[in-house]
Design a protein around this ligand. Structure first.
Ligand code: ARG
Length: 420
């Protein structure tokens, strides 16, 4: 019995590492073993980034992982994370569709699932201590599984890039020599994020080479292209008449709109940790879909609802940015947003031309737009004479306010003047 217990205690604890296949997370595998005494289980999640899952798995194993999980989560990402964000028109600081931010809670959820399956005590990620992604990963995993500890090797090891390469070579980890790019990028279905290099000077225009998904608007085709998007309850279901699952529709649209230079965003961004940073995004599909969705909402939702929803949308975007996906506020806001989407069905036409995506047409069976009310031509059914009474009552508080002010200035008391 004593012997058995001793043998058991010698089994190393396990940590589940979010593994991209890059240099940082590759050397994290031997580092977690040597410095922390963990067996490392890697998890790689395909959210639409260019990734060869078989190669990544082989590299994780070659780097010393005791098990290497890979998951194709493109559909899950589109349906459970992008879809609610699209319905909520989520744009952080009014411009960023939250592509990187939305993928983090999904990856966190996969880490937790594998940790439970493997009996791991910790999870780990390759984020630095300066960004938002560490916040998002850790809030996701600790919200879902408070019992799991977190290790962030790159936040601890303080190696320069050169030292990292030496460490990799010492541990037999292949370093891809082609990584001459000065940029740090993150990609998924909903967009591509680019920072570092010359982009760190916010006064300088991003050079063309920083972009990877979009044609320069200048070089884009000289003839516009028109797209037809069909929505049902706030989500796109068909592109140019062809029904497609959301993740495929987004994939096609990224190509299509990217070729017309649509979706470039230059953002001077306020990070959660207090730093202002400059990030460039390429979000062709997100740009088109958010614009089309907003156009359809303008057609079918009443003014007060649109106005109130905008407040919710802003809060929604902020909580996604801040890593609070698995918090009750998000669930509650989703319930509100979902309740607004029942009639958001119809068709939107978008024109793509040299960097712009313009809504040129919209129709819906639930349109609040009524030609008989809006028209200035024959067939007008609006009772214009009713407006006089409406304005009389609507303006009453303002008239009273002005009259009382005038009375206070004069010596003789007067009643509030009124026509009528
Ligand atoms: N600033 C973006 C965010 O916080 C993207 C972060 C990742 N960007 C990158 N270039 N690696 O959502």
């Amino acid at each position: 019995m004593e012997k058995f217990r001793k043998a058991l205690s010698m089994v190393p604890p396990k940590v589940v590492l979010a593994y991209s296949g890059g240099l940082d997370t590759s050397i994290a595998i031997p580092w977690l073993k040597e410095k922390k005494g963990f067996d490392v289980v890697s998890v790689t999640v395909d959210v639409g980034q260019p990734v060869d899952l078989a190669r990544v798995r082989a590299k994780a194993e070659a780097s010393g992982a005791v098990a290497a999980y890979v998951a194709d989560a493109r559909r899950e990402f589109a349906e459970e994370f992008i879809a609610p964000a699209l319905r909520a028109n989520a744009l952080y600081e009014g411009v960023y569709p939250l592509s990187t931010a939305l993928a983090r809670p999904l990856i966190g959820r996969h880490l937790v699932a594998v940790a439970r399956r493997e009996g791991a005590t910790h999870v780990a990620h390759g984020c630095t201590g300066k960004g938002n992604d560490q916040v998002r990963f850790e809030l996701a995993t600790t919200s879902l599984a408070p019992e799991l500890g977190v290790i962030a090797p790159t936040r601890e090891w303080k190696m320069t890039r050169e030292e990292e390469i030496v460490y990799a070579q010492q541990h037999g980890i292949p370093v891809e020599a082609t990584r001459a790019s000065p940029y740090s990028t993150d990609e998924n279905l909903w967009g591509r994020s680019v920072e570092c290099g010359i982009l760190e000077d916010p006064a300088v225009e991003p050079p063309e080479e920083a972009y990877g998904w979009t044609t320069s608007p200048q070089a884009a085709p000289d003839v516009p292209v028109y797209l037809r998007l069909n929505f049902e309850e706030g989500l796109p279901i068909a592109l140019d008449g062809a029904p497609l699952p959301l993740h495929e529709l987004i994939h096609h649209l990224n190509r299509l709109a990217g070729a017309h230079g649509v979706g470039r965003i230059d953002h001077l961004e306020s990070r959660v940790v207090g730093i202002k940073s400059r990030e460039v995004y390429e979000c062709p599909a997100a740009t088109v879909l958010l614009r089309a969705h907003q156009a359809l909402e303008a057609l079918v939702l009443p003014r007060d609802l649109l106005d109130f929803k905008r407040t919710v949308e802003q809060r929604y975007a902020q909580l996604v940015y801040d890593g609070l996906w698995f918090a009750p506020l998000r669930t509650a806001l989703d319930a509100f947003v979902n309740a607004t989407q029942e009639r958001v069905s119809g068709e939107v036409t978008v024109k793509l031309f040299k960097g712009s995506a313009t809504v040129t047409g919209r129709r819906s069976p639930s349109a609040l737009y009524q030609h008989a009310l809006a028209t200035y031509s024959s067939g007008d059914q609006f009772r214009q004479e009713m407006s006089e009474g409406f304005i009389y009552i609507w303006g009453l508080p303002a008239r009273t306010w002005t009259a009382i002010g005038a009375r206070a200035e004069s010596t003789s008391p007067r009643t509030v003047p009124d026509r009528g």
